[in-house]
Write a protein that binds this ligand. Structure first.
Ligand code: BGC
Length: 934
């Protein structure tokens, strides 16, 4: 289904003719220098880092590791292999399934998309996309959504939810899958992915944080897909990045995900410095498993594995969906992994580590006590259908149609409300509902004529946009459109007339309607998604930032005759608003993002003032040419070389680029209005005397093994008498006692030293790295080194939410300011509350390439305000280890909607505040032309 419906015939031809095995890159391409050499004839390299670190049960993983080791110790070689290898595309009911262990009654594990709900299932909810969670700036809502999504996965019998997403981070504003994740700011993303993972895993479902790493565009992510579009590309794009940018930007949220305990991480399709994401020993072994001390398992993206033993040694733990390419019936692992251990190419300890990591994640989230058998089918909605869809064999009960939704509609609506960003308001909003004549204009207000799920994986842009397209979707159980909700509201609560025109091209009718309207609500959108679907020439990534369906002309047609035009944008990211945002007849602008099934209801709550908008932009809206980055759409390295995407902008993406280049955005990162106004005063930055930062030292134990491997090859022959062989299904068994004959590998017999890097099978104790030591990185990075307090006053007449933001200037070689704190506060009219945030050592450190560690910046400037450009107060943080006492700023009943700001993380030294507070030193920060009233 995934292929047949959605991929161009050329792609199918490529798949059919491709060899199931691609040669490993070999040692020649691997170099021992640090990553990143500027491309200009010289390709960037990724250095080899071996052996693959064995999990040690660090952090709070020790109990899970004890159980996992005990479980794995009982397994045969074939059973261990089965844990690591998928059964093949469409082999079972989920988008990915591992083999099972019938002897112990251990079922196949079910991997299922998506980051916003359960994909390919009925009776599930369609949650707001990650980008909307980012627009709420609310850790509590991120957690609640994580819980609710995973409850649905659990009810349907999913073991691993394939989400959340922090790669792409959002380097290019046109990036097709940015909306699946949070924001092009690593701090905001990290602060929201952590609670999302904790929410998911609190239900007993394993989270899979993806796509690791630098998967920043859809173009050229996979060569066969690119060939399907007619590109002369034979290798995936290489994202070439320097070590500092990697740490300070793209790895940052993954560190938060690991710290939050993510059970699995999906390695990505692209290459990183010319080594594939799932073959890259630097990113997997060194960064993820050593520096970030990741204790869970690495799962490949679907068909992102490119070699067998090499990938296992580079840190891959589970291959999905198990076949080399879809429906080949061949696997790099499965039988070949069994063979590799039997012939000694892969050391037993590595396979044991793979199995232990998988089982540790299972126990870590408590899956052993939450198990539910899979009761839905990704490939059919029929109650009875083939169990093995790939070959249409064994009809059975596949869909039990269990309703998993509970009361999640209310969370969805709450996130929709909280993520609505008010960009402009000349007093037009809120509406009363008694407007004499309300016009609803634009296709984006209405239903998809094919039905909300009428386009597979949402691969079209018909009707209102409530999620993007691709695997990051779920089917809608219903979709409340803006047209339905607005009309309903007016009919039930108002007095006026209400009419809708949903055809963007009905120009004369639109002009006639808008002329008479007291208010025209114009709906526009811009869509994007995953690279295997092309919508209107947008091959996953957007072609540009222009509104779809001639949105600019639609707005123009209305504003030319109506002086009360309110524009509502549903989009996957920034859009070009330059043609109309400052037109006087545009009296209000709302960005509503991708709100999911409750779209219309959440919007109505804001339009008519039941809810005071408090969302803030999780990206910058600027003129298209003002961004520092864009998607690469033309391969630049010949037919046989991977396209080279050099991240030459370094740290300067999104607002960091605008700030560094002195370019005024239209609506800046962090910006959003309210129906009330806020003022900021009394900034107090207090250094905290944290324990000194200690580089992590020491070494691991030698690699452990669990159980013994039976070396009698005949014991691994396919058990013909016991199980019926399903065609194309991936098994761990052999067809012959001749290992070479059993492997379909054309390279079989190549001496290991010709393709395996030195040290890759070493089982001796290995050194830790200075920035490592605990899941997420060196625990000292989370020591609190300063507190930030300020007084926020609601100066208007209605209660409202303010997202108070803290930015830090880290000095030379860094962006002018980076986000390092925020809290969403609800404040009553006339009331003042105390905002408080804690800065960790990592928040005020930069990555030092030479020492491979974080180094604290001295005397950084701290800014506080309502957006990245509206920062009325600032102060210097002096020292970092000064002592003294401080008087806290006055407190006024602040209501935290997320993690309490006063909470000191585990293991922190409590603040000894003996230094006098550093007072505010300036208040003249760059102001944006817009007014938040503060
Ligand atoms: C996507 C993943 C997804 C997987 C399974 C891949 O193409 O990149 O995000 O989880 O398919 O559907």
């Amino acid at each position: 289904m995934w292929l047949a419906n959605l991929v161009a015939p050329a792609f199918l031809a490529v798949l059919a003719s491709a060899s199931p095995f691609e040669k490993s890159e070999g040692l020649a391409k691997r170099q021992t220098i640090l990553p990143y050499t500027s491309y200009n004839g010289t390709l960037a390299y990724s250095p080899p880092k071996y052996p693959s670190p064995w999990g040690r049960g660090s952090g709070n993983w020790s109990a899970a590791y004890d159980k996992a080791r005990a479980f794995v110790s009982q397994l045969t070689l074939a059973e261990k292999v089965n844990l690591t290898t998928g059964v093949g595309w469409e082999g079972e009911q989920c988008v990915g399934n591992t083999g099972s262990i019938p002897r112990l009654g251990f079922p196949s594990l079910c991997m299922q998309d998506s980051p916003l709900g359960v994909r390919f299932a009925d009776y599930v909810s369609a949650f707001p996309a990650g980008i909307n969670v980012a627009a709420t700036w609310d850790r509590g809502l991120a957690y609640a959504r994580g819980v609710a999504m995973a409850e649905e996965h659990r009810t349907k019998g999913v073991d691993v939810q394939l989400g959340p997403v922090c790669g792409p981070l959002g380097r290019a504003p046109e990036g097709g899958r940015n909306w699946e994740g949070f924001a092009p700011d690593p701090y905001l993303t990290g602060q929201l992915i952590g609670p999302t993972i904790e929410g998911i895993q609190s239900t007993g479902v394993i989270a899979c944080t993806k796509h690791y790493i630098l998967n920043e565009q859809e173009h050229f992510r996979q060569a066969p897909e690119a060939q399907g579009y007619g590109y002369n590309v034979t290798e995936s794009v290489s994202s070439n990045v320097d070590d500092k940018t990697l740490h300070e930007l793209y790895l940052w949220p993954f560190a938060d995900a690991v710290r939050a305990g993510t059970g699995s991480i999906m390695c990505s399709y692209n290459q990183v410095n010319n080594s594939y994401g799932c073959s890259n020993s630097y990113t997997l072994n060194y960064l993820l498993k050593n520096e970030l001390d990741f204790q869970g398992f690495v799962m490949s993206d679907w068909q992102a594995q490119h070699s067998g033993v090499s990938d296992a040694l580079a840190g891959l733990d589970m291959t999905m969906p198990g076949d080399t390419l879809f429906l080949t019936g061949q696997s790099y692992w499965g039988t070949n992994l069994t063979i590799a251990v039997l012939n000694g190419t892969l050391p037993q300890y590595r396979l044991d580590d793979m199995a232990v990591r998988i089982m540790a994640a299972y126990y870590y989230v408590g899956r052993d006590t939450h198990y539910v058998p899979t009761n839905f089918d990704s490939w059919s909605r029929d109650t009875y259908a083939p169990i093995h869809a790939a070959v249409e064999s064994q009809i059975g009960l596949v869909n039990q149609h269990i309703d998993a939704r509970a009361n999640h509609a209310s969370i969805i609506r709450a996130i929709g409300q909280a993520s609505t960003v008010l960009l402009k308001n000349n007093g037009a909003l809120p509406l009363s509902g008694n407007e004499k004549w309300t016009a609803i204009i634009g296709e984006d207000a209405g239903s998809n004529p094919y039905g909300a799920n009428g386009c597979s994986d949402r691969g079209c842009n018909n009707g209102t946009l409530a999620m993007g397209w691709g695997s990051g979707t779920s089917d809608f159980p219903y979709l409340v459109t803006p047209e339905q909700a607005i009309q309903n509201y007016i009919l039930n609560s108002g007095k006026g007339e209400v009419f809708a025109i949903l055809d963007n091209y009905a120009q004369s009718q639109i002009v006639t309607l808008a002329k008479q309207a007291s208010v025209s609500l114009v709906f526009v959108n811009a869509d994007s998604g995953e690279g295997y679907i092309n919508v209107d020439g947008n091959e996953g990534d957007r072609k540009n930032l222009t509104l779809w369906l001639d949105g600019d002309r639609l707005i123009h047609n209305v504003t030319s005759v109506c002086n009360n035009t309110i524009v509502v944008i549903h989009s996957v990211g920034p859009v070009d608003v330059s043609a109309w945002y400052n037109n006087d007849n545009v009296t209000a602008v709302i960005w509503a993002g991708l709100p999911g099934q409750e779209s219309g209801n959440a919007l109505v709550d804001v339009l008519y003032g039941k809810i005071n908008p408090g969302g803030k932009l999780p990206f910058t809206i600027g003129r298209p040419t003002d961004y520092t980055t864009s998607v690469m759409t033309t391969p630049n390295n010949g037919q046989f070389g991977a396209p080279q995407q050099d991240f030459t902008e370094g740290l300067l993406i999104d607002y960091r680029g605008f700030d560094a280049n002195g370019i005024e955005p239209i609506y800046e990162f962090g910006f959003g209005l309210s129906y009330t106004t806020f003022s900021y005063s009394n900034l107090v930055v207090t250094p905290v005397n944290a324990a000194p930062y200690t580089p992590f030292t020491g070494q691991t134990s030698a690699a452990p093994t669990y159980g013994t491997v039976d070396t009698n090859v005949a014991d691994y022959l396919f058990p013909n008498g016991t199980i019926e062989r399903v065609p194309l299904y991936i098994y761990p068994y052999l067809n012959s006692t001749n290992l070479q004959a059993s492997s379909s590998d054309p390279d079989y017999g190549l001496p290991a030293n010709q393709y395996l890097p030195s040290g890759s099978s070493d089982s001796s104790p290995q050194p830790f790295v200075p920035a490592g030591g605990a899941p997420g990185g060196n625990p000292g990075l989370w020591a609190t080194v300063a507190t930030v307090q300020a007084t926020i006053t609601n100066t208007g007449k209605v209660a409202g939410d303010e997202v108070v933001q803290v930015y830090v200037s880290l000095g030379d070689g860094e962006p002018p300011r980076v986000l390092r704190g925020f809290e969403r506060l609800t404040i009553a009219p006339g009331a003042s509350v105390t905002f408080q945030a804690e800065l960790t050592r990592k928040d005020v450190s930069t990555w030092d390439v030479a020492s491979q560690n974080w180094v604290q910046v001295s005397n950084p400037t701290i800014y506080i305000g309502s957006s990245s450009r509206k920062l009325p107060l600032s102060a210097k943080l002096s020292g970092g280890s000064s002592s003294g006492s401080s008087s806290a700023a006055s407190s006024g009943g602040s209501k935290s909607t997320g993690v309490p700001v006063s909470q000191i993380s585990d293991g922190q030294i409590q603040a000894t505040r003996t230094a006098p507070p550093v007072s505010q030193i300036s208040d003249g920060q760059p102001q944006s032309p817009k007014s938040t009233g503060s």
